[in-house]
Design a protein around this ligand. Structure first.
Ligand code: P1T
Length: 379
């Protein structure tokens, strides 16, 4: 089955009770048993729920994995991965990543004795300098949030395999429409399904997909034992969202390109970060591991002018100033004060998250309206 069919049918079967084409919302916490243990495969909805299972099968299908897991948020999904570790273990992580992930690692898990090394991973060889016998996980986000750096998943997976370390890839920005980390050697692919997979800014959810059964069983155990699951209504919404992922992504990519090119030629803009530009330092890797360049980009204003940047996001009308990304509607964001405020200023500035940086999630509206909105705001 090809990707554009998998988004609609992958891992799905018609409802056994009445043949409903869409999986019903099984809004139940528990299931009747005829005798202790006499049930139809479902006992309690923290452990299993038919609507969530349908979604988890869809996650596995679109990422070319064998097992999918849905969580109450992207961070809950990341939290489950870190719970595979124990005190004394070490993680090598990209240094340019979602602020909430950085906060989870440093403010929660460092206190449990897990050590994190945050490094630039544009050159995978550098990772080996931080690997020792305690290293159990490599954490990659690509494209990175918010600098749109690209990390070579295949090259990182070679390092991970050589040292028998798990490789997890946050695929939120790319989605499986553009990039399939499991096919490139990752062990775990993670999503904030809040973003492109849901696609309509109406749900918060996380996803994991793996190929390996033993790893899946460990993660299912954590999912059930820790309980950070999502509800059936949210599962239904994301399942519905996935069915249009491919058509939405096609338009996100087209609009993203047009906006990136418009901004790059605007006299008030200093720099545009978008992996589709030939001048992007990892453009060649982006071309080889992604099918297009997505709808996310960031930019700075001339002279790194914080006040000018704030004025722009205040004046934009169609681009709404808001946290999050990946919905059908265009959003703008100011990473330094919003999504990445939990990263200390010295740390975030090392990766380019300066105070004048603006991030755009380019939606699927008419491109003329988006460009006109940017024109008036920059004017
Ligand atoms: O918000 P949540 O569903 O818990 O997902 C966290 C997360 C994980 N990984 C990436 C790459 C993300 O972008 C996010 C969430 N990001 C935002 C809310 C944001 O505006 O960047």
């Amino acid at each position: 089955m090809k990707f554009n069919t998998k988004t609609i049918h992958g891992g799905q079967e018609h409802d056994k009770a009445y043949g409903a084409v869409m999986p019903p919302i099984y809004q139940t916490s528990t299931y009747a048993q005829s005798t202790p243990g006499g049930h139809k495969g479902y006992e309690y909805s923290r452990t299993h729920n038919p609507t969530r299972n349908a979604l988890e099968n869809a996650f596995a299908s679109i990422e070319n994995g064998n097992f999918g897991l849905a969580f109450g948020s992207g961070l809950a999904a990341i939290d489950a991965i870190i719970k595979l570790l124990k005190p004394g273990d070490e993680v090598v992580s990209t240094n340019d990543l979602y602020g909430g992930t950085y906060r989870l690692f440093t403010k929660i898990y460092e206190a449990f004795g897990i050590k994190f090394h945050f490094i630039g991973m544009e050159n995978a060889d550098k990772i080996e300098n931080y690997v020792n016998n305690n290293t159990k996980l490599i954490w990659v986000e690509t494209p990175t949030n918010p600098m749109l750096n690209i990390i070579d998943i295949k090259a990182v997976s070679k390092v991970a395999k050589k040292h028998n370390i798990l490789l997890a890839v946050d695929n939120t920005f790319a989605t499986p429409y553009l990039q399939k980390p499991l096919d490139l050697g990752a062990d775990i692919v993670m999503h904030s399904a809040t973003k492109y997979l849901g696609g309509h800014s109406d749900v918060v959810m996380g996803a994991l997909v793996v190929k390996n059964k033993e790893l899946a069983d460990r993660l299912y155990f954590i999912q059930n034992a820790s309980g950070a699951i999502c509800g059936p209504q949210d599962s239904f919404l994301v399942l519905r969202g996935i069915k249009t992922l491919h058509v939405r992504m096609q338009r996100h990519c087209e609009n993203g390109k047009a906006v990136a090119e418009f901004l790059a030629n605007h006299p008030k803009i200093e720099k545009v970060y978008w992996p589709g530009f030939e001048t992007h330092p990892n453009h060649e890797i982006a071309k080889s591991q992604m099918d297009d360049f997505g709808g996310m980009l960031s930019f700075t204003t001339k002279g790194n002018d914080y006040d000018a940047s704030v004025k722009i996001v205040e004046k934009l009308k169609i681009f709404t100033l808001a946290e999050s990304l990946g919905g059908v509607e265009s959003l703008s964001g100011h990473p330094a004060s919003m999504t990445h405020a939990s990263i200390p200023k010295e740390e975030r500035e090392k990766t380019g998250v300066v105070d004048s940086l603006i991030r755009l999630s380019v939606g699927i509206e008419d491109i003329d309206d988006l460009i006109n909105d940017l024109k008036q705001a920059l004017g």
